[in-house]
Design a protein around this ligand. Structure first.
Ligand code: NAP
Length: 531
């Protein structure tokens, strides 16, 4: 089957690609295997240099990359721009922090020396979803390349142009041939790829079904996995909440990325003391959202990414109604930009009164549809919030510190945000519990998932640690393409001197970029194991 790029706003075919043949796939694997032998020998300074160039290229190509995302999967152009900037911020975060994360850690024992090294493990396969076509990949690729691993990307079949654009960016930044490759393959080709001995590990972001299938095989093969799967995050509003903040945040939390984010709030659990006011304001806000052409600056909700997602959503809404739900706004397909039904549009929807025990409450709803629940106590809020197979994140609105403490402890999720919507952030670990997956992305924890924490012990009487043991071979960063470098040098300079994160037009899932934005190259001392 050809891999097709379709515009979800119009249904038009943009481009079509033939999946790689087994022979072509094998050739790419051989290139990756060769890179896995040579790439880790590049100095950390060199890799940091390339990573900064990658960040600069993302900034330079922001408009083009954003347009590719919007036409392939329908996110608004404003959110696509923010996504590109966030990828650049993640590259800078890892360029800035790689030395700290990778530095061997001395451990006090009775031996002459004992320490932990963090070594790359080789080829890591990334199976990625379409919903944040760049961001999902960059939060894998930035730490992987920084650490000396080699990346292979199997992106979702509906975003092949984004997948190819990422590969081109990494090459233009200067990373060696084979250190990162996009594979245009179908899901069924992942099995043979993963079983190849040259592939060391796999990271999956996607549905529970994909995670289960890949992790089952990887488990049998004894290959490391990280799973970032679905979510049905609660948004809990308690009496002390400031509704002027909570209501617009609830709307944003549900509708970010046209409602297709793993950490979008999906179940709104509201205390009876403030329920009526919250419901009235939330429904009015959802009904007022502007649905339309994602390329227009005024549009707040674009189309769903595929016709299948639209069909699934219609089915879920009808089952929510059958389970006692009252549709307070929306509930129907919306017309497309031409007034027809070629695009995958859905009205922002609020449904109240669904029985919490109904099967629909156990599913992830991937689109702008909110389920609203009334509760009478904190105990009830926690019980309902945890009544899901998922455990990705939670947003809770209360200024009562005792309530915050209980929620932080008792909510079964990978993150809890108080009086804020859940956001991924390169500085903070990201991942879930229960059927939302395991392992972490981003921050120190994310980078170390695919590293060998190697224990080294040197027997003998305890002595002063010797920095030379940890030192990497040192060379000046190479610049193979001076003309291209000159082209991006202005961008690089601009961002190096700026204080704070790159500009963000609109929050991404939602946005929170690193604030430390200083892009200093690491000093020689900082790549030594001990100072
Ligand atoms: P999906 O259908 O599971 O697809 C994700 C990726 O897995 C795609 O590349 C897909 O390839 C591949 N895939 C699917 N089934 C496979 C199988 N049996 N073997 C090998 N590969 C397989 O998910 P999606 O619809 O793209 O993404 C939406 C889901 O991702 C939601 O559940 C969302 O919550 C989750 N998500 C989670 C996070 C997180 O960080 N936790 C972040 C974003 C999204 P094809 O496209 O070729 O089928």
């Amino acid at each position: 089957m050809p891999i097709q790029s379709l515009n979800p706003a119009t249904g038009k075919l943009l481009r079509s690609f033939e999946p790689l043949t087994p022979e072509a796939l094998n050739a790419k694997l051989a290139i990756a295997a060769s890179a896995a032998r040579t790439y880790p020998a590049e100095t950390l300074d060199q890799r940091i240099f390339w990573m900064r160039r990658l960040a600069a290229l993302l900034d330079a190509d922001r408009e083009e990359l954003a347009a590719t995302m919007t036409t392939e999967m329908g996110k608004t152009l404003a959110s696509a721009r923010a996504e590109v900037s966030k990828c650049a911020a993640a590259c800078r975060y890892y360029a800035e922090n790689a030395a700290r994360i990778l530095t061997p850690e001395p451990i006090d024992t009775e031996s002459a020396q004992s320490y932990v090294r963090y070594d790359p493990i080789g080829i890591v396969l990334a199976v990625m979803p379409w919903n944040f076509p760049l961001w999902q990949v960059f939060r894998f690729v930035a730490p992987a390349l920084m650490a000396g691993n080699v990346g292979l990307l199997k992106h979702a079949s509906n975003v092949p142009q984004c997948a190819l654009a990422i590969e081109a960016l990494v090459r233009r930044a200067g990373f060696p041939r084979g250190s990162f490759q996009t594979l245009l393959i179908e899901a069924r080709q992942v099995e043979s790829l993963l079983s190849d001995d040259r592939v060391a590990a796999v990271t999956v972001t996607g549905s529970e079904a994909a995670g289960r299938a890949i992790a089952a095989q990887a488990g049998w093969l004894i290959k490391k996995t990280v799973l970032e799967l679905g979510g049905s995050d609660p948004f809990i509003v308690l009496p002390s909440a400031d509704l002027d903040e909570a209501v617009p945040s609830a709307i944003k939390a549900r509708c970010i990325n046209n409602g297709q984010s793993c950490i979008a709030a999906k179940r709104f659990i509201v205390h009876e003391d403030i329920y009526d006011e919250f419901e009235q304001r939330f429904v009015a806000g959802m009904a007022a959202l502007r649905v339309g052409d994602p390329t227009l600056g005024t549009t707040e909700i674009g189309p769903l990414a595929t016709a299948q997602i639209l069909d699934d959503l219609l089915d879920q809404v009808s089952r929510a109604k059958a389970a006692g739900g009252r549709v307070l706004t929306g509930g129907e397909r919306a017309l497309d930009v031409n007034g027809g039904d070629e695009g995958n549009y859905f009205q922002p929807t609020v449904i109240a009164g669904v029985l919490p025990t109904a099967p629909i409450c156990q599913e992830e709803i991937f689109g702008p549809v909110a389920l609203l629940f009334r509760i009478g106590s904190l105990d009830e809020a926690i019980e309902l919030a945890n009544h899901t197979p998922f455990g990705l994140a939670a947003s809770a609105w209360t200024t009562d510190t005792a309530e915050q403490q209980r929620l932080a402890v008792e909510l079964q999720s990978g993150a809890v945000f108080f009086n804020a919507i859940v956001a991924s952030d390169p500085r903070l670990p990201f991942g879930g519990v229960k059927r939302s997956g395991y392992g972490r992305e981003l921050s120190t924890a994310g980078m170390r998932e695919f590293l060998n924490a190697k224990t080294v012990v040197v027997a003998g009487p305890a002595r002063e640690a010797q920095p030379s043991l940890f030192e990497q071979p040192k060379s000046e960063p190479r610049n193979e393409k001076p003309s291209e470098f000159l082209q991006i040098a202005d961008h690089l300079r601009k961002f190096e001197h700026r204080k704070g994160p790159p500009p963000v037009d609109e929050p991404l899932e939602p946005e929170s970029a690193p604030r430390d934005g200083k892009d200093r190259p690491p000093t020689r001392g900082s790549i030594l194991g001990l100072r």
